[in-house]
Design a protein around this ligand. Structure first.
Ligand code: IYR
Length: 222
């Protein structure tokens, strides 16, 4: 077992309490303006912006720092098309057969259905994979700890980074989404976590009139 190596915490910066308060308010203001968007523009976005956002996502804490994530950035129209076709096939089953009435009722305020044109229109689809275990070049396996939690945190950071640069996103979770392994040729130790659709909103984009819970409803101090 190797012994740990420590370095000084030089990147930490403390703010005066007034500035801390102001930063807390302004970050909340920024985050509360985020909306999940389902109508995208096809306007291109430079790859370097997406790369920076993924670098930010990959700073997420992870179990034993094993960073059990992989991001596949899809821009190729023919690959997007394949993803759309496969996703719509699953969604058709979901909306018409598999989904229990209760689930469809819960989704009704969002106005979603089996049609997913955004999978071809948006300039970027970022398929996020959870590495359930790691693979060594020698063929051995590396146990991963809390991979789903770790990937969930990284995805949250990615959504935040996308919002921060002035783009919009949609967390798309076709179910089941095993087809992503085949289309994107990912190995069997990786499970698709979700597809983040990224771009500019369409000029006439609309969003459902839904509300977030109040602080008292989501938080308890003891
Ligand atoms: N995967 C389907 C259904 C869906 C499920 C949930 I939970 C949502 O929050 C939204 C949609 C779809 O993408 O339409």
């Amino acid at each position: 077992m190797s012994s740990p190596k420590f370095i000084a915490l030089t990147d930490y910066h403390e703010y005066h309490i007034d500035e801390m308060r102001q930063r807390a308010v302004s970050f909340y203001e920024q985050m509360r303006s985020r909306r999940t968007v389902r109508q995208f523009s096809d306007r291109p976005i430079s790859r370097e912006i997406i790369e920076q956002c993924i670098l930010a996502a990959a700073t997420a804490p992870s179990g034993a720092n094993l960073q059990p994530w992989h991001f596949v950035v899809v821009t190729d129209p023919s690959v997007k098309r394949q993803i759309r076709v496969a996703a719509e096939e699953e969604e058709k089953e979901f909306y018409n057969k598999r989904a229990p009435k209760e689930w469809l009722e819960a989704l009704a305020p969002l106005g979603t259905d089996e049609h997913k044109p955004f999978l071809e229109i948006a300039p970027y689809l970022i398929a996020i994979f959870e590495e359930r275990y790691g693979r060594l070049p020698t063929g051995g396996q590396v146990k991963h700890y809390y991979p789903k939690e770790s990937v969930g945190i990284a995805t949250g950071l990615l959504i935040t980074a996308i919002q921060q640069v002035g783009l919009v996103s949609l967390t798309h979770t076709p179910s089941p989404m095993k087809f992503l392994n085949e289309i994107l040729r990912r190995p069997s130790n990786e499970t698709p976590f979700l597809v983040l659709v990224v771009g500019y909103p369409a000029e006439d984009a609309v969003v459902p009139d839904i509300k977030r819970k109040r602080l008292e409803d989501v938080c308890t101090f003891v």
